[in-house]
Write a protein that binds this ligand. Structure first.
Ligand code: BDR
Ligand code: CA
Length: 310
């Protein structure tokens, strides 16, 4: 039986690839809805990007826009990484279907309440929509299997020295989610920075003669430009690794540890504070991913992308 999942994302190059990875595996996951949050770009753009990528791949599903800004802060976007459109690189045609009329948070709540099986949520953007759903409808917690999120890090940050982008953009929302009592797997920079796709693999997609393969190659080329300036050898596939973990949890190794979110630090706002030695005395609340099988993961992504119709 495929697992029912909700993908909450802010496409975004790596979010787009995470979507393609999920929809390539209907035997493993049943995507109940794709909900969208502001993050990498404004909400209007991230919604449009989700619709464009899914349309291009021939996928249709409920796509619903949620929050257009964090719970308590102004929105910070990542246009330096994802460009003016939020998905610069390939020239994608206009979408073939429209977003839902419903608010993304309501879509999350209704999908979870209506599911016979417990639902896994896969957030790959700031946690605003997910936190709002948990605050507005706490009853849904009992029907959530797990939240497998891309965000945070036990070690280095990427948007500040201490913080990863998704958590930094809406730390109050992250704090709600991390304290919710729902089981959480944190796919943070500790593993996503080890999950890089290399130039030769991108060239393979670009030369594949496969329309979705070439489109993903073009996404990765653009994504690579920013990462090259940061000294990366390849392009870290952050969001697809969260999705891959849902499809095959053995792709990462985790440790069950206490994690709290810093919301007020002078230099450390948005930090996921991971207590490796139990010094806080807090109960472990998060499975923190610390190792990844890069080769198997990247092959999984390439196979998924090339499984779409040419
Ligand atoms: C995260 O930030 C975004 O720019 C990416 O889409 C990813 O979700 C990595 O820090
Ligand atoms: Ca993202």
């Amino acid at each position: 039986m495929p697992k029912p999942i909700i993908i909450d994302c802010d496409p975004g190059h790596d979010d787009a690839i995470a979507l393609l990875l999920a929809f390539a595996h209907p035997e493993l996951v049943n995507v109940l809805a794709v909900t969208i949050v502001a993050g990498n770009q404004t909400l209007e753009k991230t919604v449009n990007n989700a619709l464009k990528v899914l349309s291009f791949a021939g996928v249709q599903c409920e796509v619903a826009g949620g929050y257009d800004r964090p719970l308590m802060r102004p929105l910070e976007i990542a246009d330096a990484v994802h460009g003016e459109s939020g998905l610069d690189g390939p020239d994608l045609p206009a979408p073939t279907f429209a977003a839902s009329e419903k608010h993304g948070v309501q879509v999350i709540i209704d999908a979870i309440r209506g599911s016979r099986e417990k639902v896994t949520i896969v957030p790959t953007g700031p946690l605003t929509n997910v936190a709002a759903a948990l605050i507005g409808a706490p009853d849904i917690k009992k029907n959530i299997e797990r939240i497998v999120l891309m965000g945070g890090a036990a070690r280095e940050g990427n948007w500040t020295p201490a913080a990863e982008f998704n958590i930094l953009v809406d730390p109050e929302a992250a704090s709600v989610v991390f304290q919710s009592g729902v089981p959480i797997t944190m796919i943070g920079l500790d593993v996503t920075h080890e999950a890089q796709v290399m130039a030769a693999e991108v060239d393979y997609l670009l030369n594949s003669g496969h329309r979705v393969g070439v489109m993903v190659g073009e996404l990765l080329e653009f994504f690579g430009e920013f990462h090259e300036t940061m000294g990366f050898a390849g392009m870290p596939l952050h969001d697809p690794l969260a999705m891959a973990t849902v499809l095959d949890p053995t792709i990462v190794e985790t440790r069950h540890l206490p994690v709290t979110i810093e919301t007020q630090g002078q230099y450390t706002t948005g930090r996921t504070v991971v207590d490796f030695y139990g010094v806080t005395g807090k109960e472990p609340n998060v499975d923190v991913a610390l190792k990844v099988d890069r080769d198997r993961f990247v092959q999984m992504v390439i196979d998924a992308v090339l499984s779409y119709d040419k």
